[in-house]
Design a protein around this ligand. Structure first.
Ligand SMILES: *Cc1c(COP(=O)(O)O)cnc(C)c1O
Length: 350
């Protein structure tokens, strides 16, 4: 079993601190729910007492809406095909749609039920959104027809490489020039001081920071991923093992631990020295990476262990060289995971 242990007091204290620092916080619950699941995060958003929760897609609306009473902002822009794919979510009066194309705004206006929309301005991310001129056209279209409720403007900024402020300033100039009547801007990836600068520079705008990683995963010390040891097999050099009939490069133990590709284990490139020089040094020392073993995310007694072969669906095979302590079957070992790419079998919040 791959388990996520959460130090509940510490985690909740962190969530409260982030909310206190950002009273207009919009928590983001999407995808694998940052390792916790969308439903659990929606319940936490209720507990935090925020008025709006952001989800990634229309497919996530139902799970969030069942556990959170407020408004639900869908981050992936509305497209005509979602009307058929998610007929209930797209019509919910609690849902706020993100719109980034004029044809989509026209279609939403034509729907006739006054949907709630946020106009997304394209950023240097170049993912979704209106160019400056299109944003002006969108506001003009809205002014002419009405037909939807404008809930503000959205800016999805890249992860910080230095300051975002000059980009935000340029984009906000476009927003102001477009005359967007709803004075609210939904932003991502701004630091606390950047948010304060934007608030000071545009005092008539309400700034709504959308935060996922920094909220749910902001205090890593409160989180611990652990895998159960399932089996252990002593091997001598030359013994065959695994799907591919490999042979053990020396004496040791093949250790079977829970966690595999289905959990998202081992999909990331292994870290550590793999340039030619360090590989040559490793070969010279008879190192196990020289045998073609790659580092696994499993940690045993503080040591990062090697995969004996690539992870299987729900279990992984590790190689422990002779002389290392072999953990007991049923014991749990630490795993270093990317929470946004990991599906846990269970989550235990203390
Ligand atoms: C995922 C996402 C966020 C939250 O990003 P984090 O890095 O997890 O804080 C904010 N806005 C948009 C549009 C997103 O897709």
């Amino acid at each position: 079993m791959l388990s996520l242990y959460v130090d509940g007091d510490r985690w909740r204290a962190h969530l409260r601190a982030v909310h206190a620092a950002h009273p207009r916080l919009v928590p983001v619950a999407k995808g694998n729910g940052y390792g916790f699941g969308v439903g659990r995060l929606a319940r936490r958003a209720t507990w935090l007492g925020v008025d709006t929760l952001a989800v990634g897609t229309y497919g996530e609306v139902e799970e969030a809406a069942a556990r959170f009473d407020g408004d639900i902002l869908v981050l992936t822009p509305w497209r005509p095909f979602v009307e058929e794919q998610y007929p209930e979510a797209v019509r919910s009066p609690r849902v706020i749609h993100t719109v980034g194309r004029l044809s989509d705004l026209e279609a939403l206006i034509a729907r006739g039920d006054r949907p709630r929309v946020v106009l997304e301005r394209m950023t240097s991310m170049l993912r979704h959104g209106f160019a400056a001129r299109e944003l002006r056209e969108a506001v003009a279209l809205w002014a002419e027809h009405g037909g939807c409720r404008l809930e503000g403007v959205s800016l999805h900024l890249p992860l910080a490489q230095g300051s975002h402020l000059s980009e935000v300033e340029r984009l906000m100039t476009d927003v102001v020039a477009a005359g967007v009547p709803a004075k609210r801007v939904w932003v991502s990836h701004l630091s606390k001081s950047e948010l304060a600068s934007v608030e000071a520079a545009y005092p008539d705008f309400e700034v709504r920071p959308r935060i996922g990683t920094g909220l749910w995963l902001g205090d890593r010390g409160a989180l611990r991923a652990r895998a159960t040891v399932l089996d252990a097999h002593p091997v001598v050099r030359g013994d065959e093992y695994g799907y591919r009939g490999r042979t053990a490069p020396r004496h040791g133990t093949i250790l079977i631990v829970s966690g595999g590709t289905a959990h998202g284990i081992g999909l990331a490139a292994p870290t550590g020295p793999n340039d030619l020089r360090s590989r040559a040094a490793s070969i010279a020392k008879g190192g196990l990476d020289a045998a073609g073993f790659v580092r696994s995310p499993y940690m045993i007694d503080g040591k990062q262990r090697l995969f004996a072969e690539p992870p299987h669906m729900q279990a992984s095979m590790l190689f422990l060289p002779a002389g290392s302590r072999v953990p007991d079957v049923g014991e749990e070992v630490d795993v270093r995971v990317r929470f946004t790419a990991t599906t846990f079998d269970r989550t235990l919040v203390s």
